[in-house]
Design a protein around this ligand. Sequence first.
Ligand code: AMP
Length: 196
Amino acid sequence: MWRPKRCQRQSLKRRGQCTKSMDFKQFIRTIPDYPKPGIMFRDVTTLMADATALKSAIDAMAAPFRGRKIDQVAGIDARGFILGGALAIELGAGFTALRKPGKLPWQTFSETYELEYGTDELHMHTDALKPGDQVLLVDDLIATGGTAEAGLKLLRRAKADVVAAAFLVDLPDLGGAERLKEHGIMVHSLMSFGGH
Ligand code: AMP
């Protein structure tokens, strides 16, 4: 089983030394040239597979929003569902799915966004949110910000009040967090990696 170097020792884990001020980056597996040459794929499944790291990451992602009114956490297909579901429970909120085309059974709003080659779409049920709902947008990673921006537009079409967006990983060189901030929302991420 894949393990980060510092937390291989069970004695450290038991004493909590892998959880206090946890260095989340060591739990991310980087795969060069996936899915195509030049991309450094930041694989969050290795963090999610570690019970202690997953719990600490959810605690840290929830921390800025504890004590605030969050009605719904909106998670982006697909890794945003795992984090978003856990955060919804932590924050006492409901969960709204922002899905790829053809997955939601009821009427949807849709937003198209640019990929490096071509376009993609996100959909949300038209009745998923009530006007004025306080919503936290969640995904695993923000790169160019195109996906999260499409999510934000969907939430705003439903007249929701988007409080912030939260990610495990930010790739700041690709400018996505800045792009989201230009829409007037706060952006939180647990770690960042330079480059693509
Ligand atoms: P973007 O729309 O460019 O911000 O891309 C964000 C979406 O693409 C997220 O749902 C990520 O899961 C995925 N993604 C983009 N770049 C990477 C990367 N280098 N490593 C892992 N996932 C990525």
